[in-house]
Design a protein around this ligand. Sequence first.
Ligand SMILES: NC(=O)c1ccc[n+]([C@@H]2O[C@H](COP(=O)([O-])OP(=O)(O)OC[C@H]3O[C@@H](n4cnc5c(N)ncnc54)[C@H](O)[C@@H]3O)[C@@H](O)[C@H]2O)c1
Ligand SMILES: [Zn+2]
Length: 669
Amino acid sequence: MAKLNNKNAQEEIETLRKKLNTWAEQYYAQDAPSVEDAVYDQNYQKLVELEKQFPELVTPDSITQRVGGEIKSDLGKVEHQVPMLSMGDVFSKDELLEFDQRIQKLVGEPVAYNVELKIDGLSLSLEYVDGKLVRASTRGNGRIGEDVTKNVQYIDDIPKTLPEKLTTEVRGECYMGKAAFLKLNTERDENGEAVFANPRNAAAGSLRQLDPKVTKKRNLSTFIYTWVNPPEEITSQHQAIQQMSKLGFHTNETGRKLANLDEVFAYIDEYTSKRDSLSYGIDGIVLKVDDLTLQKQLGNTVKVPRWEIAYKFPPEEQETIVHEIVWTVGRTGVVTPTAVMDPVELAGTTVSRAVLHNPDLLKQKDVRIGDTVKLHKAGDIIPEISEVVLSKRPANSQVYEIPTECPSCGQSLVHLEGEVALRCINPACPAQIEEGIIHFASRPAMDIMGLGPKIVRQLIQHDLVKDVADLYHLTADDLAELDHFGDKSISNLLTAIDNSRQNSVELLLNGLGIDHVGAKAALLIVQRFKNLNKIMQASVSDLTAIDTIGETIAESITTYFAQASVQKLVQELIDSGVNIDYLGEDVSEKEIADNFFKNKTVVLTGKLAHFTRSEFTKKLESLGAKVTGSVSKKTDYVIYGTDAGSKLTKAENLKIALLTEEEAIEKIQ
Ligand SMILES: NC(=O)c1ccc[n+]([C@@H]2O[C@H](COP(=O)([O-])OP(=O)(O)OC[C@H]3O[C@@H](n4cnc5c(N)ncnc54)[C@H](O)[C@@H]3O)[C@@H](O)[C@H]2O)c1
Ligand SMILES: [Zn+2]
């Protein structure tokens, strides 16, 4: 690394932290990472190196000093009696040797390790009182996790009662098996929902659900590997696992107590080759000092235990040849390239396609027809081209030319400002119409059962529909033209279409497929305006007056409804009897019951432990409080967390009533 001066280092550190924080938030809170783990890990390592070089620049809120992301869900919060930590990781056998040497030096002699598979899921704590399961929680930020007690009732392998009346806590990994993961992603893909990047995010997204019935459908499992407070006779990790298994916990059978690193390396090799045949995903192996007393002596850093380390597998790679690059047109006209390659076996499945996402990425990787490429699986699952093997590039190879015309309708493609994507902006483009109708009928939109992609495709091929309004004119005779479509299916589909006329209008607003407007935004907008005509007349500033609606969404909506073709479409829908009113509960004018915060002006400052700023603000606003950004004489209360700065001082000077976060929470309840 080039020598940096203090100022440059500070800048670089801040840039890295910002990037990592964003990725961690997407990964931990939204269960939807935007970059591969390897990219995250590399940037994280860079930050670690810089902080080592410039220790004075380390701050307690740096991602290297804390666990996971902030908790942002609406699930209840649970404070962990013993913190749930992260784990140090290494990427080579050499680094494992260094770890072992460090341990030997600290302990004064060679130690035995219990070696376990590193399961690709999320940590889960289970608390029992008198042998009864009373509470389950996620790791969260390590100190405070999310309450998932209701959700784990639906995980079959978790014992709800123990054979002994123990009061104790165990921890382990909650995961989704490979088969369940692939099934879930296939379903989501068919419903037009975003697929999960890997089994870990899928497990996290399925466990952290407000509605436990969703968890029930997701087929989660556990491997329990930590006994937080074992009985005295348990003196080693190996023993702890065996005893927990006897108590009915699902433990992993592959763990082994090993006396030296040669045996550990053999274990790594063994499971590197067995990995694909396991029914669950693993991303490495874990070395734990086996002796529990030694574990205690070695203790923890702020973020990780000193007595354990994860060895992460290098990503598996295969070489193959690219034959073709195909372009598909999505609902919003975005055209996406996919490389089609000679089929190869990669981490357990046969792979022949890899999405290249956008033309920039394709250019940057400079993938050409005939190129030999290295293929790996992001998150162990999704095939991706890592790089071109330049030494194997044919002599006559030519730079791949990005198409200028839409593969579906032939109209010129455009690059909209500020976008990496290439788009077809022809509203009559058949591919877009098809995707648009599939979206309109999907579950989060108009929810028309039985109108999946295959049927939509046929309806278009038979010239039965050209836009979503045509759906409402379909007759039994029309549908009889379709392949394998019997009387029963016909009448079911017609009923489903008919029922959708009565949907509350947020489903229609989402179904129209306006850029940036998903189910959540649609609901918020509809709750404010109550009726589609009013939304069509709203200005950008009318729309942004809604709390969470920003300019991007607002502009997208006004631009959309300004189009004559759209106005005509909406009129046709109305003429076909489709409802355009909000039929849900009235939220805005609901009478707010008297409470401590009603009609009070409140300022939040400092770092909150139990809620995020925006969660807390929402909560207070729902109680009728006005939450503002700065302290003035009009402020009734200042609620403060840790590290509160000038706002707190100002409040003290103005003698404004102060509440700690905990005090404020008490007043809410
Ligand atoms: N792609 C992204 O944007 C992104 C963002 C944030 C984090 N990440 C990934 O997450 C990793 C960091 O996450 P982390 O802090 O949760 O650490 P980690 O997942 O690398 O390791 C710690 C976790 O391993 C789990 N585990 C599995 N098997 C275990 C066993 N047998 N014994 C003990 N623990 C076991 C536990 O849940 C524990 O909390 C990074 O290395 C990165 O790869 C990716
Ligand atoms: Zn087109």
